[in-house]
Design a protein around this ligand. Structure first.
Ligand code: LIP
Length: 264
């Protein structure tokens, strides 16, 4: 847990303190809305440099530079800025996510053993170690007790490609009348950590990448959340659902009935 937190804090300081008044888009990926800033790239470079110094035998999987296998069986899965669009617009809901996983860096098979999600604007630092609990600034976290779906505050997010967004909007349109309310924070890592801290009753999203998921899924699980996919599958790109067991079951049933993990 210690190295993950140290690196997340250092990269967080870089992106927060070095944020220019007007952030420029350095590149785009899956669509014109899927942006990369110079700070995304600088943050990942810093994380890779530090990991090469501290853990030279380990592998690294990062959002911007991909997968560099190691020889130790441990891979660091990093998101240099999760919530890049928020960062671009100066909305404070963004974080640096750093996790260590054993096995292939695949959410279907990995074992996340340590993670940190650090939100540099307000300083919130979520940490977790496998079997060691989840913490926010040192305070132990526990998810909310399950409440009926109609009393649940549910987080979600949307992809960057129009067809995917159209399908996601249809799911949310059906869900909104059935829940207390919906929140779209714009950072999956902060969504999952907010579930761990009790600020959301549940969260779901289709399209998460391993780096969005790695550290925050451990924080949520160590806080007592179930984190899973649909039809008994593990959480991953097809679908991630998180929260207390009974709420996840109700939400999963709703999503399975709409085949929300397939299509666009
Ligand atoms: C973001 C996710 C968020 C999702 C956004 C985007 P990024 O990651 O954390 O949950 O809804 O569309 O994918 O692109 O800021 O690293």
């Amino acid at each position: 847990m210690g190295l993950a937190e140290q690196l997340a804090r250092e990269a967080g300081a870089l992106v927060h303190e070095g944020r220019p008044d007007r952030v420029e888009v350095a590149a785009t990926k899956s669509s014109p809305q899927d942006v990369v800033t110079a700070m995304d790239l600088a943050s990942e470079r810093l994380l890779r440099e530090r990991l090469a110094q501290h853990r030279p035998q380990d592998g690294i999987l990062g959002e911007e530079q991909g997968h560099e296998p190691g020889t130790s069986g441990v891979t660091w899965v990093v998101d240099p800025i999760d919530g890049t669009v928020n960062y671009l617009y100066g909305i404070p809901a963004y974080a640096v996510s750093v996790a260590a996983v054993v096995g292939e860096p695949d959410p279907a098979t990995w074992r996340v053993v340590a993670g940190c999600v650090h939100a540099p604007v307000d300083g919130r630092t979520f940490t977790a170690g496998l079997g060691q609990g989840a913490f926010l600034d040192g305070r132990r976290l526990r998810v909310n007790s399950a409440v009926p779906l109609e009393l649940s505050l549910v987080g979600t997010g949307f992809g960057y490609v129009a067809e995917r967004r159209r399908a996601q909007a249809a799911v949310v349109a059906d869900l909104l009348p059935l829940v207390r309310d919906i929140r779209r924070i714009g950072s999956a890592a902060l969504d999952l950590c907010t579930v761990a801290a009790g600020g959301l009753d549940a969260y779901f999203e289709r399209g998460l990448q391993p780096w969005d998921l790695a550290a925050a899924s451990l924080v949520a699980q160590e806080a007592g959340a179930v984190v899973r996919g649909l039809h008994g599958r593990p959480a991953g790109t097809a679908m991630t659902v998180a929260g207390p067991q009974a709420t996840v079951q109700a939400l999963t049933t709703f999503l399975e009935e709409r085949a929300a993990d397939t299509g666009a």
